[in-house]
Every structure is written in structure tokens, then in C-alpha cells.
Ligand binder design. Sequence first.
Ligand code: CUA
Length: 354
Amino acid sequence: MRLHLHGNQGTLRAVIVLAFSLCCIIGFGHVEPAFGKNDSVTNIFRPLSQPAQEIKETSFLVLVVCAVIFIIVAGLLIYALVRFRDRAGDEAIEPPQVYGSNQIELAWTVLPILIVFVLILVTSRTIADIQNRKPPRGAVQATVVGHQWWWEIRYPELGIVTANELHVPATIGDRRQPAFLKLQSADVAHSFWVPQLAGKTDLIPNRENRMWIEPTHPGTYLGNCAEYCGTQHARMLIRVIVHTPDEFDRWVREQQQPALIATNAAEGSKAFFANSCVNCHTIRGTSAQGKFGPDLTHLMSRETLAAGAAPNTPDNLRFWVRDPQRIKLGCLMPNMQMTDTEVDQIVAYLQTLK
Ligand code: CUA
């Protein structure tokens, strides 16, 4: 097809400049958060753990190879468009057509095959490397079970059950302490994704997947469920709290304790055990042994409620106990129709679960 642009070249230039500026604006909007401050966003370009680091290196290689190809192809295309455009005074005949150059056809067949082959080899080496990693002695082992819409986290060897906040030690210096996770689902497919620590791994019903992380910097890392799993998929957040080895040991000792017998919240405790709270929640050391909802033994040690839907403050806790559906519509915990007094008492009791 021939382009008839003479007379409209001003418009063409304006369109190109506009498109270029738009690309720049959109591009820079993404570059700043991606390469900017370390702590600003969760970010695949700022890995602070294996295997995320290894994945980033492979992704960069793929990105660079694709970018070079794109620049060459787009550059030639733009060059041809501009250099051979229809000019005033050109004769209206078809230019000479060229067919069949063995060299060129060979080049554009063999080169892409080689490039794809290199990318396949590098990618499969990374995948194999990550999947075949064996837990060393002393590795922390945890089981993460996806529920609609929260994460159950069990450490079978340590006798700890918690929810939504995965605690692991950092690998510092030579003391390597990766955490190996078994991923299961209680209902539908979910996906565990903490961008700075590792790639996504799905949690699939009737199947056990595995993954591992080896963070090197203590801190809190945010992640999300990355597989649509129902209405509240967006409020299925995960926090990974990476401790120094000593801090982690202390956290383990605290979590291993059964719940303290509340002496200052007797009415609340009575209200809790009289309601159907106990059918769904476990509080270790008491008769509450429900398994459908999060373990509440050390509820107050968590930063958030309802899988990251709200910070764990007394006000939010009251709001949640009164009517969970207002924070997380569709979640399995119903409005228990309790009076204000009952809600206050139960919240007072829950606050003793440190
Ligand atoms: Cu769980 Cu999306």
C-alpha cells in the first residue's frame, strides 16, 4: 500500500511527536516506581531474596534481547517509511519488486531460531535450578493453606499455627536459612506471590506445590493472592516478616506458648465461648478448637486483620467482630448479631491473646 502524505506532513510530524511524548510520560510513570526507592513498592525489579534475584536476572536477559530486536525492527520500519515515502512529483507506478534472496531468508530463519534456543536454555536452567533446590539442614518448613480469603500458616515441626503473616529468618552471612513452603488449598485455586522474594506459585485443591524463599534483609514484605479466587480475591494479602535469626527464635518461643488465661476479661471470655466463635476458631490451651477460621491463639501479635484488609487496631477489631461483612463482603464469618456490650467484651478478651 502506498502512503499519500505530502501536504499532510505537518500533521504526520505532530502525530509522531505526540505519540512519542505520550510514550515518554507513560514510560517514566512506570520507571520511577520500578527503579526508584527500595521501600516504596513491592517490586519484581528490587528482589531481596533468592529465587527472586535469579528470576530477575533471567527476565532482564529476555527483556534486553527483545528490546534489541524491537529497536532494530522498528528502526528499519520507521527508516523505510520516512525515506521512501510518497513525494510530490513521484510517478504513480509500482516500484520494482524484489523476490527470493537466499542469504536474507536464511539469516532471518536461522538467527531467530538461535535466539529462541538460547532463551529456552537459560530459562530452563533457571527453572530447574529453583525447582530442584533441596532444603538444607535447619531450613524452616512451613505449610501455607489458601482459603477464601485468607492464608493459614502452619509450622508442623515447631508446633505453630498462625494466619496471613508468614515469619521467617533472614539468611545473614554464612548462616543460610531458607524457608521451604508447602502450598495447599482448602477450596479453590489461589496463588502465593511476594514479588520481592520469589515468583508466583499456585495453591491448587488436592495437590501440594512447593516453593522456597531465602530473604537476606530483615523487614516486612507484602504480597497478594495472584489467582482470582472469588469476590474478596483483592483482600487476600500476605505479609512475610523476615527476622534476624535471634528475633525469629524469640518469635517461635512466643508463638509456641498456649493462650494466656485471661483474668481481666472474664465476661468477654464467657461471651466468646458461649457464641459460635469456637466452632470456627482455635485458641490453643482452651476448648476453642474450630478449624474453619484463622487460629486466634496469638491474634494480637499480628499486624493486620482479615488477611490485610485492615490494620489490627482495637477499633478495627471491634468493627470486624460486630459485622465482618462490612469489611469483607462475602467472607465466611457472619454477623453474629451481638449487642454493643457483647462486642466490647469479646474484643477485650481477644486483646488478651498476645
Ligand atoms: Cu486467593 Cu485470589
